[in-house]
Unconditional design. Structure first.
Length: 122
């Protein structure tokens, strides 16, 4: 389940992910929002917080996310992931290492450090 997090700049998509991330979350919420922003911006920044109750991705959501990410590798200028699941962190890192986009994974307790890094101008 996705919940929008407000308070970020106009080129940022920010979500809190709780329970399971589904194909519907990806196809009806996250992907359209990113594509809308890309109409007005050369690139977007992505902030994702995976809550303590996050249980994983549905198989269709994982496929949607992988396909979308591969098609849009150069459309992100910075990505922050906040999560406390080591297995998920390893998966995220392995996917985004093929991207030139700066990204960083933080523990949920490091939200302030994440904001500091995320808002730094490259």
């Amino acid at each position: 389940m996705l919940t929008t997090i407000s308070g970020f700049d106009h080129d940022v998509i920010a979500y809190r992910v709780n329970q399971q991330l589904t194909h519907v979350d990806m196809s009806e919420t996250m992907i359209p929002a990113i594509e809308r922003l890309l109409q007005d911006h050369a690139s977007v920044r992505l902030w994702l917080e995976f809550g303590h109750d996050f249980t994983g991705f549905s198989l269709k959501a994982l496929w949607s996310e992988t396909c979308f990410s591969l098609l849009h590798l150069d459309d992100f200028s910075k990505i922050v992931i906040l999560a406390d699941t080591k297995e998920m962190n390893a998966g995220i890192i392995s996917l985004w290492t093929i991207s030139s986009c700066p990204f960083k994974v933080f523990a949920l307790s490091q939200s302030e450090q994440a904001k500091g890094w995320f808002t730094q101008v490259a």
